[in-house]
Design a protein around this ligand. Structure first.
Ligand code: NDP
Ligand code: BG6
Length: 519
């Protein structure tokens, strides 16, 4: 499946122990002057380079409308890398491999120039014609770029000569079901599915990948991972940031498209899917797809019982006032765009029938935290019943995605002292205690996997369409409503109406440490 070419970097106990040097190839980044390239892609590539995993035959060709020379491009990258704690000579060597061409994305001339430049660079670096095109532009440009690459014959492969061409497509993949299908059809005119790497950076996070290892490499959890033992599951992605400088994009997207259609659905799929027969890209994606297909459609005539939207209003963080969404630059007057979504999701399959999955993702919440919490059923009968005033709390297993990556399990134990005296304790595992050099950034994993030809952590076309199929009716229903999202104060845990999703079921959102309680 993969085309890793050597096993040069094996270090005992190192988390890169099975990582190898990658095949030589050229990486062309469209949108090279943009935020994502500067903030995520280039630092990730530098880290891979520093570990010696990029081969000698590797180059980066930035492409954009801004007129820049190679030198000027390298200078912008150098300034994007100035916070990196890495040796200067190594950064300079890395930058020497970076080149730039400019032009307008819909102009055929750009692609002629690109084809010419690629031939020149492929003469200098022995890539054997292998290429990755990274589409890091506004999504409206994806079809035209791919069409023009095809027209200039830059996307054809030669399997016998191991000459491959891959295209990484950034999110959002479509705006709704129809636009996602249209986009697929446009891309398929030039590319086949094996060449398409639809990115969801959550899948590149170590702790999200760990969901599969945790579930399927340990015998103790899988037998209890089902409706007999699990009471409910909560998936939380809380951000303290607001919309920042991205109002232009966010006004068109909103939280359901931005976070639910991709990251939240993918985490739900990983935590609830059946074991795949192997860790092969399509076997894993088949199981995720099956799970996504089992999600019960939201009842449109009773939407609020299942999904609630909110928008942050003004509030405080550490006693400092912050603006509400409507006051942010670039936000339309009276905008009804949601910045918070809470949902109750039910799965119609044997494993999970009757077990609610509560999902919430919001901006300007009190604390930055992403976690998956599995609450088990309480013990069927407490033999300590007479001695304890309250019901024994249930065990909770928490997969901490960020920022404190790890796993924890709460359990009841005897407190020293009176004969029957119980206290909830936590078994905690923190990645930082074991891997002191920190975890690699999601984009490192994803870029390496694409170059290695491994699509496991990329989203297949059918996963995208099933997720849109579920959420598009909700978006349409919201669009017809006069009333917009519920307003919640910045620095609080979202609208009270989202609490009711659980209160109706006699449950509560997990109270996460650091919560600012008054609303
Ligand atoms: P930017 O707005 O920073 O733009 C990317 C580049 O696209 C710009 O540098 C610009 O380069 C070019 N561009 C912008 N607008 C136009 C236009 N109207 N016509 C032609 N070219 C244009 O975007 P980001 O870097 O933030 O995002 C890139 C992609 O990554 C998007 O699809 C986004 O949704 C996705 N993404 C970004 C994240 C982030 O954290 N930034 C997170 C997740 C996904 P030039 O003018 O030189 O061509
Ligand atoms: C992106 C969204 O995909 O994920 C952003 O577009 C969001 O709006 C971001 O802030 C969150 O990612 P992370 O890795 O910071 O949790």
């Amino acid at each position: 499946m993969t085309d890793l070419i050597s096993h040069a970097h094996v270090t005992r106990g190192d988390y890169f122990c099975v990582e190898s040097q990658l095949s030589p190839c050229g990486l062309v980044i469209f949108g090279a002057s943009g935020d994502l390239t500067q903030r995520k892609l280039i630092p990730a590539l530098l880290s891979i380079y520093q570990r010696g995993q990029l081969s000698e035959g590797f180059f980066i060709l930035g492409c954009g409308r801004s007129q820049l020379t190679d030198q000027a491009f390298r200078a912008t990258l150098a300034s994007a890398l100035k916070e990196e704690d890495k040796p200067r000579p190594m950064i300079d060597l890395f930058l020497k491999r970076c080149y730039y061409i400019s032009g307008s994305y819909d102009d055929l001339e750009l692609y002629k120039k690109l084809s010419h430049k690629l031939k020149e660079l492929e003469g200098k670096y022995p890539t054997h014609g292998r290429k990755v095109f990274y589409l890091s532009t506004p999504p409206s440009l994806f079809p035209v770029i791919v069409e023009r690459l095809g027209a200039e014959d830059m996307t054809s492969e030669d399997r016998e000569k191991d000459r491959w061409v891959r295209v990484i497509v950034e999110k959002p993949f479509g705006h709704d079901l129809k636009s996602a299908v249209d986009l697929d059809n446009q891309l398929y005119k030039v590319l086949n599915e094996n060449q398409l790497y639809r990115i969801d950076h959550y899948l590149g996070k170590e702790t999200v990948q760990n969901i599969l290892m945790f579930r399927f490499a340990n015998a103790v959890f899988e037998p209890i991972w089902n409706r007999r033992y699990v009471d409910h599951v909560q998936i939380t992605v809380a951000e303290t940031l607001g919309v920042e400088h991205r109002a232009g994009y966010f006004e068109q997207a909103g939280q359901l498209r931005d976070m639910f259609q991709n990251h939240m659905m993918q985490m739900l799929a990983l935590v609830a899917m059946e074991p795949p027969s192997s860790f092969d890209a399509d076997r894993v994606r088949d199981e995720k797809l099956k799970l996504l297909r089992s999600i019960r459609p939201f009842a449109l005539d009773d939407l609020e019982r299942y999904i609630v939207r909110g928008q942050y209003g003004p509030g405080y963080f550490n006693d400092i006032p912050v603006k509400g969404y409507l006051e942010e630059e670039g936000v339309a007057k009276g905008s009804k765009v949601e910045t918070y979504v809470g949902a109750k999701v039910l799965l119609d399959n044997w494993r999970w029938q009757g077990v609610p999955f509560y999902l919430r993702a919001g901006k300007r919440l009190p604390r930055r935290i992403s976690e998956i919490a599995i609450t088990f059923k309480s013990v069927p009968h407490s033999l300590f019943g007479n001695a304890l005033s309250e019901q024994l709390p249930a065990n909770v297993l928490v997969l901490n995605i960020q920022p404190e990556e790890g796993v924890s399990l709460t359990f009841q134990a005897k407190q020293p002292g009176p004969k029957v005296n119980m206290v909830p304790l936590t078994l905690d595992f923190h990645y930082r205690d074991v891997y002191s050099h920190g975890l690699p950034e999601a984009y490192e994993r994803l870029l390496m996997d694409c170059i290695a030809g491994d699509q496991t952590l990329f989203i297949r076309h059918d996963e995208v369409t099933v997720a849109w199929g579920l959420l598009t009716p909700v978006l349409e229903a919201w669009a017809t409503k006069k009333k917009g999202p519920y307003i919640y104060k910045s620095g609080t845990w979202g609208p009270l109406e989202a609490d009711q999703l659980l209160e109706r079921d006699k449950r509560k959102w997990r109270l996460l440490e650091g919560a600012i309680l008054p609303r």
